[in-house]
Ligand binder design. Structure first.
Ligand SMILES: Nc1ncnc2c1ncn2[C@@H]1O[C@H](COP(=O)(O)OP(=O)(O)OP(=O)(O)O)[C@@H](O)[C@H]1O
Length: 307
């Protein structure tokens, strides 16, 4: 049994008559990168803030590392990057972290360790105000890593970064995960969650719609079959995959809910019925497709979720 690091039970937050978080029950296991995915305003930050004990739930509960969220001994074991950390602009990256380390009773060697981890050691002497946005975010992660917390909570760590900065941040999270760090990362960018997370919780309008591995969420692959005449092919494929299991997607192509292993049988059946098979391709559903099915929210530029 893998150890539970976070468990929420019916976690709810109401602001006036607005339910920001609505009975969310989620679990995060030790050593995994958990992607908390949802459009802007879905309730991600509010949920994370309750986990960190920064705000109180209206109902339900959150436990972190086996104890109620918000207890000082629990909070001390969580590192968080949530709504931009406050750094002194005229101090260097290293001096900013040294100030924080001292406050937590940690030695300067700990500062050097985390700067190394986020690949900022070479620029540690430069003033914070001269850092790029990506470097500022990495320093934020370094600050969260001070003292080797059991759990790292990163709220939209790639928000506002350029593509290179985003790639750097993803690589950083992957390297932390490889070192055994448990990470919860919120994001509205599907591609990034798909790339780096083990499991995903999908949240929309405060409700947790699904919690599963990325692979399970995406479900099995489908086949794309281009065959003529299309109507005859449709009839044959519907006998194989059911009426609901076949869709026309244009260009004489049908999408069929059958696994890749069904390809030989599909081709054989079509040919037996004197249907010309021009192309059969295995198409994996992206997380974006799945999210759209669950929420009805089409995504922006194929990457981002918009509410
Ligand atoms: N302090 C507050 N007072 C009133 N409403 C709030 C407060 N904090 C959040 N909300 C509302 O709760 C809902 C969820 O917000 P939350 O910030 O948790 O979403 P999110 O998924 O993190 O989105 P984003 O990516 O935009 O931060 C939103 O409708 C927001 O307007």
């Amino acid at each position: 049994m893998r150890e539970l690091v976070v468990e929420t039970d019916g976690l709810t937050k109401r602001y006036g008559d607005r339910l920001a978080v609505d009975r969310v029950s989620m679990t995060v296991m030790r050593g995994e990168v958990y992607g908390f995915l949802g459009p802007n305003g879905a309730g991600k930050t509010t949920t994370l803030r309750m986990m960190l004990g920064l705000i109180r739930p209206t109902a339900g509960s959150a436990s972190v590392l086996g104890r109620p969220a918000g207890r000082p001994d629990v909070t001390a074991r969580i590192g968080a990057l949530i709504e931009g950390p406050g750094f002194y602009p005229y101090l260097s990256g290293r001096d900013n972290l040294r100030t924080m380390a001292r406050y937590q009773g940690l030695p300067n060697t700990e500062v050097d360790r985390v700067l190394e981890m986020v690949d900022l050691a070479g620029r540690a002497k430069d003033a914070f105000k001269g850092y790029s946005l990506g470097m500022k975010q990495r320093l934020g992660v370094a600050a969260a890593m001070l003292g080797s917390p059991d759990l790292l909570v990163l709220d939209e760590p790639t928000n506002g970064l350029d593509p290179a900065g985003m790639a750097d941040m993803r690589a950083l999270v992957v390297s932390l995960a490889e070192a055994g760090q448990t990470v919860i990362l919120s994001s509205h960018i599907l591609a990034e969650v798909q790339e780096i997370c083990d499991r995903v919780g999908v949240i929309n309008n405060g409700r947790l719609l699904r919690e599963s591995t990325v692979a399970d969420l995406r479900g099995g692959a489908t086949l794309r079959v281009r065959a003529t005449p299309e109507d005859a092919a449709l009839a044959v494929l519907m006998r194989m995959a059911g009426d609901e299991g076949v869709r026309r997607i244009g260009n004489e192509t049908l999408e069929v809910d059958l696994p890749a292993t069904a390809t030989p049988d599909v081709v054989r059946q079509l040919v037996t019925h004197s249907i010309d098979v021009h192309e059969v391709a295995v198409a994996e559903r992206s997380l974006e497709d799945v999210f759209f099915e669950m929420t009805g929210n089409r995504t922006n530029s194929g990457q981002e979720l918009v509410s």
